[in-house]
Design a protein around this ligand. Structure first.
Ligand code: 4AZ
Length: 234
């Protein structure tokens, strides 16, 4: 079954991704989504739009989309904006959504999950498709088919102190496929049988799609207890 990704809007523009994890909670990143509480709480009719693939390639408009305001923002208490450790945030929707053929939650990787090197994964988002270019194409979905590398590889590539055990990295070492600015907060998923399981939250990287610098993701399995305690998800 497919799962739902969220687009967070600011002044009508997409700025961050997320994933629907039950009927009233969205998982996203802490930075660079950089939530402005006043924006999210005041007069924002369509802060967050939930969309199930397949997406329109050029716009977020989708007959089946559902929008909600965000009523509560819970940044991970150990989020570190310098190191990006624990780059994960929960958003509580102002009212629950009803699951339909088009609005479905994603499963989360459980605490004991291991994601082996070379596990095929996908990342979705409306982020930039160019790095360093002036022409930034927003609102365009890119689905990357990417591979995992073990954290040791990633620690070597980025420097051992940059990559913590709360992160994982994904992307081909030759570059060319990666999440990028605007994809932050969105889900990295893999398929276990017929079930989509979210393993990561788009967090950061050194540039986008560069060789030997795979994208870095918050490691969702590390947050099972935190997420369960707050959302009641089993
Ligand atoms: C960003 O700035 C960003 N290549 C997200 C993901 C990656 C880099 C930057 C990964 O939101």
């Amino acid at each position: 079954s497919l799962y739902c990704i969220a687009s967070l809007h600011r002044s009508g523009s997409h700025f961050c991704g997320g994933s629907l994890i039950n009927n009233e909670w969205v998982l996203t990143a802490s930075n660079p989504c950089n939530y402005k509480k006043k924006y999210l709480f005041n007069g924002c009719g369509e802060c967050l739009t939930l969309v199930l693939p397949p997406y329109s390639s050029t716009s977020l408009t989708n007959a089946n989309e559902v929008s909600r305001n965000v009523s509560q923002i819970i940044k991970h208490p150990a989020y570190n904006s310098i190191t990006e450790d624990n780059d994960i945030t929960l958003l509580h929707l102002s009212s629950p959504v009803t699951f339909t053929d088009h609005i479905r939650p994603v499963c989360l990787a459980s605490a004991n999950s291991t994601f082996f090197k070379s596990t095929v994964s996908w990342v979705t988002g409306w982020g930039n498709i160019r790095t360093g270019g002036k022409v930034l194409i927003l609102l365009t979905l890119i689905i990357h088919n990417i591979l995992y590398y073990c954290s040791t590889d990633c620690k070597c590539l980025y420097g051992v102190s940059t990559i913590t055990d709360n992160m994982l990295c994904a992307g081909p070492l030759e570059g060319g496929k990666d999440s990028c600015q605007g994809d932050s907060g969105g889900p990295l998923v893999s398929k276990q049988g017929s079930v989509w399981v979210q393993s990561g939250v788009v967090s950061f990287g050194n540039g986008c799609a560069l060789p030997n610098l795979p994208g870095v993701y918050a490691r969702v399995s590390k947050y099972q207890n935190w997420i369960n305690d707050l959302t009641g998800i089993e």
